[in-house]
Design a protein around this ligand. Structure first.
Ligand code: SF4
Ligand code: SF4
Length: 235
């Protein structure tokens, strides 16, 4: 078989399989629905409001080939899907959990975390971060910082929509860029948040936090201001 004929035959086989997937779905009564229950075919011309896009859930019952029309539609991400670290503050009181102990910076394999510890007006060390930086271009998303943090303060986030037009300054995240509320974390990680392991850990952290607060107040410092809670990435 000549090369030209082979290419045409290959395309014909692909086309046949593509059409058969829709034929099988149509025979089983799923012909007008997108696989997993997203838009119906008739909805393709109606653009949903931003933020109310249907979530596509693939399942094993349908064969039809389809493409998720990102960003109008998004596949859900699994709870353990991780991208970059964030620092958690407690929603109730706005206090940052991090004590600037530097453990995450030490265990980070590519050494992309650095920080400075807060100091009181008298120059004594306060267990809070004054600055906290992560170079997001260097982070390899391993999650070790989160595993080793003794204060349950650094967690892996699921937001993957991070691209922009600038490669340098804006990829080094500072304290205010990294802060997320415990409420946000509970929404993006519902299983972990409600697990007994994390609940116990939160109890321990709350005790330590009280001690840190007392120290910070004694040193005449308030905790760094927390930014408003961001919304979880659309799943
Ligand atoms: S995030 Fe955790 S490990 Fe890192 S400095 Fe803060 S308290 Fe220590
Ligand atoms: S996820 Fe890994 S590479 Fe990224 S900051 Fe944490 S320890 Fe470092």
């Amino acid at each position: 078989m000549g090369m030209g004929t082979g290419v045409i035959r290959g395309h014909a086989i692909t086309l046949r399989r593509f059409l058969l997937t829709f034929w099988r779905d149509a025979r089983q009564g799923r012909g007008l629905k997108r696989r997993g229950g997203g838009h119906g075919l008739l909805d393709f011309f109606r653009k949903p409001e931003r933020g109310s896009e249907p979530t596509i859930t693939q399942d094993f019952r349908t064969d039809g080939l389809f493409t998720v029309e990102y960003p109008d539609e998004r596949l859900p991400v699994y709870e353990r899907f991780r991208v970059l670290p964030v620092l958690v503050y407690d929603t109730e009181d706005g206090n940052v959990r991090c004590t600037s102990c530097n453990i995450c910076a030490r265990v980070c394999p590519p050494q992309c975390i650095w920080m400075t510890q807060a100091r009181s007006p008298k120059g004594t060390v306060v267990p809070l971060p004054e600055d906290f930086y992560i170079d997001m271009d260097v982070c390899m998303n391993c999650g070790l910082c989160s595993e080793y943090c003794p204060f349950d303060a650094i967690k892996m986030d699921q937001n993957f929509e991070l691209s922009n037009y600038e490669r340098h300054q804006s990829h080094i995240y500072g304290l205010q860029d990294l802060l997320v509320s415990s409420e946000y974390y509970a929404k993006t990680h519902p299983e972990a948040w409600s697990s007994s392991e994390e609940a116990t850990e939160r109890g321990k952290v709350a005790k330590k936090k009280d001690q840190r607060l007392q120290k910070a107040l004694a040193a005449g410092r308030s905790t760094p201001a927390a930014k408003p809670a961001p919304q979880p990435a659309k799943a």
